[in-house]
Design a protein around this ligand. Structure first.
Ligand code: ADP
Ligand code: MG
Length: 231
């Protein structure tokens, strides 16, 4: 369902071109649970932004659910994101002046869902992540783990096929991280949502069925790293 073919991303820094993604080819099937690991600055977030249609490749093709989105306009990409992808970030990205419930309603406002249905579906999503008793709280009144649960509820409320999480446990203690990863496992296992998680922690990557290693904007083949380890 996700197919990247020879994707490159180049930034112009001063007069120099910097290749952040270097000829990345990658397939991820519907229902997979994938971890992306690699050193800081290796291009993990850039790759996630590409998969999430937040950014466009400099060259190469990206096919998402059969649509070649490589040359889509900003508006078309926004539609694809809203319909197909839920995002979870390390720093939660909740709006501080809105209650948990209103934060979860936001993606449905962009999707044009009616007010009554928005509230129902936001409540349902918050129930699912175990926050039925915190719906009226502002983000400041919630713990880190609870904030991340709100973010997950917001990510799933439009029933996306894909959830992209960029270091979702990076700001959480290990017990809370486990609870958050269990939540992703449940969404993947029970609803077949494709989950892609960037992480530094092997405990987090252990939830995935497959781990992709990125280095210098390239995908490291397992054979190469195995060889490195045995030498
Ligand atoms: N908008 C940008 N303009 C220029 N360079 C960027 C931009 N975004 C990311 N980079 C550079 O691309 C490289 C990869 O960044 P990133 O994808 O955030 O890495 P990671 O998430 O693996 O830490 C870094 O060297 C970073 O400085
Ligand atoms: Mg990053």
């Amino acid at each position: 369902m996700i197919e990247l073919e020879s994707i490159t991303k180049t930034y112009l820094l001063g007069k120099e071109n910097v290749n952040v993604l270097n000829n990345i080819s990658l397939k991820i099937e519907q229902g997979e649970f994938v971890a992306i690991m690699g050193p800081s600055g290796s291009g993990k977030s850039t790759l996630m932004n590409m998969i999430g249609c937040l950014d466009k490749p400099t060259s190469g093709n990206y096919t998402l659910s059969g649509e070649n989105v490589s040359h889509y306009s900003e508006n078309e990409l926004a539609r694809v994101r809203n319909q197909s992808i839920g995002f979870v970030f390390q720093q939660f990205h909740l709006l501080p002046r809105l209650s948990a419930l209103k934060n979860v309603e936001l993606p449905m406002i962009y999707a044009g869902v009616s007010k009554v249905e928005r509230q129902l579906r936001a409540e349902e999503a918050l129930n699912k992540v175990g926050l039925s008793d915190r719906m009226d709280h502002l983000p400041n009144a919630l713990s880190g783990g609870q904030k991340q649960r709100v973010a997950i509820a917001r990510a799933i409320v439009n029933k996306p096929k894909i959830i992209l999480a960029d270091e979702p446990t990076g700001a959480l203690d290990s017990k809370t991280s486990t609870a958050i990863m269990e939540q992703f496992r449940e969404l993947n296992g029970e609803e077949g949502v494709t989950v892609i998680v960037v992480t530094h922690e092997s405990e987090v990557a252990a939830y995935a069925n497959r781990t992709i290693f990125v280095r210098d904007g390239m995908i490291q083949l397992p054979s190469a790293s195995n060889r490195g380890a045995s030498e």
